[in-house]
Ligand binder design. Structure first.
Ligand code: SF4
Ligand code: SF4
Length: 115
């Protein structure tokens, strides 16, 4: 989820993809910020947000109702994969954004990225 206001009425990407990242991002001693208890170990190198490693993903940190009103409860401390996931904007299309929105029955971002 990026920081566009539209995301606060969406949240689809947080309940569609597996949010994985390098384990140090969830290790305070290593300078990480993501609460470790909200993560799940995948292998010796990578972890993911709890809830996103399942057939119908939904991140444990996502609060609210998808497509209505949502927020990330660890927004300031979210992982790089979340920070880097931008809304589908025309100068930097992120098809994953509209892909996730389509799954949740939400229209593509108007005027931005063709679906
Ligand atoms: S799917 Fe796109 S619009 Fe929806 S929360 Fe994620 S980045 Fe924002
Ligand atoms: S940590 Fe926040 S931004 Fe990242 S997937 Fe979970 S709810 Fe979305």
């Amino acid at each position: 989820m990026s920081d566009f206001n539209l995301c606060l009425n969406c949240g689809a990407c947080c309940a569609y993809f597996r949010a994985t990242f390098y384990w140090t991002e969830a290790d305070l001693a290593a300078g990480g910020s993501v609460p470790e208890e909200l993560t799940e170990k995948l292998n010796n190198f990578r972890v993911c947000m709890k809830g996103t490693n399942q057939s119908k993903p939904r991140c444990i940190a996502l609060k609210g109702e998808i497509g209505k009103s949502v927020h990330c409860s660890i927004y300031e401390n979210r992982a790089s994969v979340c920070r880097d996931f931008d809304m589908a904007v025309n100068h930097d299309p992120n098809h994953g954004c509209n892909q996730a929105r389509k799954y949740w029955g939400l229209p593509p971002i108007p005027g931005y990225c063709p679906n």
